[in-house]
Design a protein around this ligand. Sequence first.
Ligand code: URA
Length: 208
Amino acid sequence: MAVHVAQHPLVKHKLGLLRKHDITTSLFRDVTKELARLLTYEATKDLQVEKKTIKGWAGEVEIERIKGKKITVVPILRAGLGMMDGVLDMVPGAKVSVVGFYRNEETLKPVKYYVKLASDIKARMALILDPMLATGGTLEATIDLLKQAGCTQIRGIFLVAAPEGIKRIQDKHPDVDIYCASVDERLNDKGYILPGLGDAGDKIFGTK
Ligand code: URA
């Protein structure tokens, strides 16, 4: 399993904007979308291309186009929706597979309450979207679900990841690569990432 931390100055700058305590909902939403675009660039860097000859304005011209599996984006409700449009800006042909989990307060395990996957998910590469990779419990459950549905190529895109969540995915799903803007220090006792961004869902949806 590889963890790819984007090193582009634009990514670092934009992540810094998100960390400000008094950021407005609209700026948080806009910058999340911009970061999702940039992280999609990183997460698709190694896609294979094939050559093709087409008719250009001055005659035949050889071009390259992406070959191999098509993509489905998998936003995890609700915060993952904040990244979806940015990813689709870069990969407009992708289908969207939505998953939702809540936490059972007794077992503390994620319980799925909504799943609608692309019908041809076996033939697609899944890009899971969630702004925060914290404990990794929901991510692990999402990957389990996608693998059960026959998906064999899975990557995750996050704004910020915690070492604890990365370790969990490394142990349970070592074939899944992680793309993020930062690996932060640790989780606090409530499962929030430090220094982190706070509650990304609340900040995207303006519910705080
Ligand atoms: N979810 C969030 O929104 N923030 C965290 O820090 C952890 C999980």
